[in-house]
Design a protein around this ligand. Sequence first.
Ligand SMILES: NC(=O)c1ccc[n+]([C@@H]2O[C@H](COP(=O)([O-])OP(=O)(O)OC[C@H]3O[C@@H](n4cnc5c(N)ncnc54)[C@H](OP(=O)(O)O)[C@@H]3O)[C@@H](O)[C@H]2O)c1
Length: 330
Amino acid sequence: MYTPSSSKYETMKYNRCGKSGLLLPALSLGLWHNFGEVDDFKTARHIIRTAFDKGITHFDLANNYGPPPGSAETNFGSILKKDFGGHLRDELIISTKAGYRMWEGPYGEWGSRKYLLSSLDQSLKRLGLEYVDIFYSHRPDPDTPLEETMMALDHAVRSGKALYAGISNYDAQQSRKAFEILRNLGTPCLIHQPKYSMLVRWVEEGLLDVVEEYGVGCIPFSPLAQGLLTNKYLKGIPENSRAKKEHGFLQMSEVSKERIAQMKLLNDIALQRKQSLSQMALSWLLKDNRVTSVLIGVSSEEQLLNNLACLDNTSFSGEELNAIESILKA
Ligand SMILES: NC(=O)c1ccc[n+]([C@@H]2O[C@H](COP(=O)([O-])OP(=O)(O)OC[C@H]3O[C@@H](n4cnc5c(N)ncnc54)[C@H](OP(=O)(O)O)[C@@H]3O)[C@@H](O)[C@H]2O)c1
């Protein structure tokens, strides 16, 4: 039996998602890796419980998370049923997405109404839920009219199968168009989910301005660059790491000598701030108030607890920022 901690809301910070009524925790947990059928269910369940005990109310999924695709939703659905029955559903923000290849044939990926709405029904079945809180278009589709994709999101919300609509991986120009269409349909976009970290900075060239202009929230994914911005690889590539796993998306080639040398320099600054490298990388994103929540992944409770402590220090001196910038530019 799981009884959530009575102090769960005491330490987490909750930020307003753009100009909406929804508050999201400063850190949210993503289930892309470590929650599939290939992973240890007991560990996954333990991580979810600890996250909620620490005030993480938002869990992010997608139709294709696993492996195999769909299994992260099935596992999370089973954890929800075992541990989060009854009124606890109202304390959770659960998101899912559709956009990448999920099933065979011409209707199993991208942005058609046919694919998005069928996929949402499949996700709800796997999750054992009547609705998700946020339904995302996972990526822009170059061949489907944007109106069709946005109308499918609008329909998902109007049908009660999602409470809010979001987009992910859309560039600044595509986002502006999507926000306009959704606004005109009467379902304003709640949130944008882009890749953003100290190592991936494209959102700074326009997207952050657009989300602010339209009052849309922003939840960066892979904030630790899949583990590069942590102490995980500072002494080589451990066996139990995403880079070593057959199904991990982090390529061994990305863990280069040059990259590790750069991470060691960043780690020195983190130590001066009395933080771990991962804590500093997360704080660095949270210093911008256009960032609503930072979407982390973890493979253990220890990583989760380490990352949560970033909330103790999210401000940077000008000197620290300049030092970080010169390491990142080198
Ligand atoms: N919208 C999209 O297209 C998209 C794409 C990718 C991800 N996402 C979302 O974003 C979420 C997070 O992405 P991500 O998993 O790539 O995030 P990440 O936070 O950049 O990387 C997570 C990995 O970093 C390592 N790590 C985390 N904390 C650590 C710590 N304190 N010390 C040492 N290592 C640590 C772990 O690697 P090991 O497993 O090696 O221990 C962990 O699996 C996903 O779950 C998903 O919800 C969305």
